[in-house]
Design a protein around this ligand. Structure first.
Ligand code: GLU
Length: 482
């Protein structure tokens, strides 16, 4: 049997880290077992579903290196892969259920249902459909039709039974059917509801394993009833634990930590994200002895559902930052410079053309921060002194270090810098010998240069800094104090 797993996001917004986590576990499972990973869209919310969001989902998964074997963009043997293109299929199965008596036409109005809902609320019990249309005679139905009412299709939930399944991650789970009210499978306009459409999709796409978030546990009995009514075999089903923030709450849009896109924009590397997220709810072999860095190939090789927990896991940003820093440091300088470039460009400090025209120099600038940053977004703030045309000189520092007393020293150093061979050792030799000859302390010599050329009292090594800022700019920045 070929393992077939899927994710079924709604293209109504950027893909959430929770969905990506589910995608990752499904994908790892498929890749581990030589199975297929399917991407399909639940786009029946026509108002909110957008092709742009589909594009974002494709791009974000691509960025992470999660590839799919079948999908709306790729096609495949069991398409189409958008629910709105499968409406006829849902209609046929709904008709079958109608004929077998598992569903019935319900003509209740919204007002009637709202009133029932209020009544249940007032009595402090959960709302369940009252069953008003459960046993309508053909005459009663005809009368409603004559009034112009359009029916929804409702599932006739059997009373007094227990329905259950063996969750791949949680073990046996059972639900009394009495806790489930008759539910709608199709709206009057022919749009299927999630629980019905998902079953039809999973069956017709030959899905063998369903791995999804624990939020869907309560939907499972409803889906099981549909499988049973249609005589379909039930796939294996497992529910993954939640991800929470360190306070135990949900990851939220507001804090910019919900969409995977946010992480991309904040300068996280896809390898780090994949590695970090794989550890949320899964324990790799060797974890006992501290193994937590795994390449994509290792993740695929070692992934095992038996080591996936139902417990929730903490999305710990500090740990992610640390891991991301490790991944950044593993990059070659060339790779790092390429990765950092878009962040530098976005910050407005430097253009891509200039960086490409001075690539070796740009790389040397990047070398200054390669070991120091945890995210790519931090790069610009560390290199601005090298890239900016204009700097702002800190007033306090200027007052302290850029006094008239530095003039003679600055004049001599500037003179020398005009012609010195532009290498770090030559610059160092020039500055040091001038300082020594004039009998100055570092505080009276090095620090004033640093303040004049960077605007600040702290920077990477002075001679490297002079070298990287470049002859022309250094002379320009020292000139006002000469
Ligand atoms: N659209 C649903 C979700 O992304 C699919 C749920 C399922 O996997 O059954 O949560």
């Amino acid at each position: 049997m070929t393992i077939r797993v899927r994710i079924a996001p709604s293209p109504t917004g950027p893909i959430h880290v929770g969905n990506v986590h589910t995608a990752l576990f499904n994908w790892l499972y498929a890749r581990r077992h030589g199975g297929k990973f399917i991407l399909r869209f639940e786009d029946t919310d026509r108002e909110r579903s957008r092709p742009e969001w589909e594009q974002v989902i494709f791009e974000d998964l691509d960025w992470l290196g999660i590839d799919w074997d079948e999908g709306p963009d790729k096609g495949g043997p069991y398409g189409p892969y958008r629910q709105t293109e499968r409406l006829e299929l849902y209609r046929q199965y709904a008709q079958q259920l109608l004929e077998s008596g598992h569903v019935y036409k319900c003509y209740c109005t919204k007002e009637e249902e709202d009133a029932d809902r209020r009544e249940a609320q007032a009595a402090g019990r959960p709302y369940q459909y009252k069953g008003r249309c459960r046993d309508l005679t053909p005459e009663q139905q005809a009368a409603f039709e004559a009034e112009g009412r359009k029916p929804v299709l409702r599932f006739r939930v059997p009373k007094g039974e227990v329905i259950g399944y063996n969750d791949l991650i949680r073990g046996p789970i059972e639900f009394p059917t009495d806790s489930i009210g008759d539910f709608i499978i199709m709206r009057a306009n022919g749009m299927p509801l999630y629980n019905f459409a998902v079953v039809i999709d999973d069956v017709t796409m030959k899905i063998t394993h369903i791995l999804r978030g624990e939020g869907h546990i309560s939907n499972t009995p409803v889906q099981l009833l549909i499988y049973r009514a249609l005589g379909f075999p039930v796939p294996e089903i497992g529910h993954l634990g939640h991800m929470t923030n360190p306070e135990g709450g949900k990851l939220s849009k507001r804090k910019g930590d919900a969409a995977i896109r946010d992480y991309r924009e904040q300068g996280y590397l896809p390898e780090a994200m994949l590695n970090f997220m794989s550890l949320l709810g899964w324990t790799p072999p060797g974890a006992e002895s501290g193994r937590e860095f795994l390449t994509k190939d290792e993740l695929i090789r070692d992934f095992d559902l038996g080591r996936v927990t139902k417990a929730s896991s903490v999305f710990d940003r500090n740990k992610l930052n640390w891991m991301n820093g490790v991944y950044i440091r593993k990059k070659s300088l060339d790779e790092f410079a390429e990765l950092a470039l878009p962040f530098v460009v976005k910050s407005g400090l430097y253009t891509e053309e200039k960086a490409r025209a001075n690539w070796d120099w740009f790389k040397e600038v990047m070398a200054q921060v390669h070991e120091r940053v945890e995210t790519l977004a931090e790069v610009p703030e560390h290199v601005d002194i090298f890239l900016k045309d204009e700097i702002e000189v800190d007033e306090k520092a200027a007052k302290k270090f850029l006094t008239d007393a530095v003039k003679p020293f600055f004049q001599r150093v500037s003179e020398g810098l005009r012609t010195v061979e532009w290498t770090i050792p030559a610059i160092e030799k020039l500055v040091r010998s001038t300082q020594e000859e004039m009998g100055l302390k570092p505080k009276e010599s090095f620090q004033p240069i640093r303040v004049a050329i960077t605007g600040r009292t702290a920077s990477p090594g002075l001679f490297e800094t002079i070298y990287l800022i470049g002859r022309e700019r250094v002379l320009e920045r020292m000139a006002p104090y000469c």
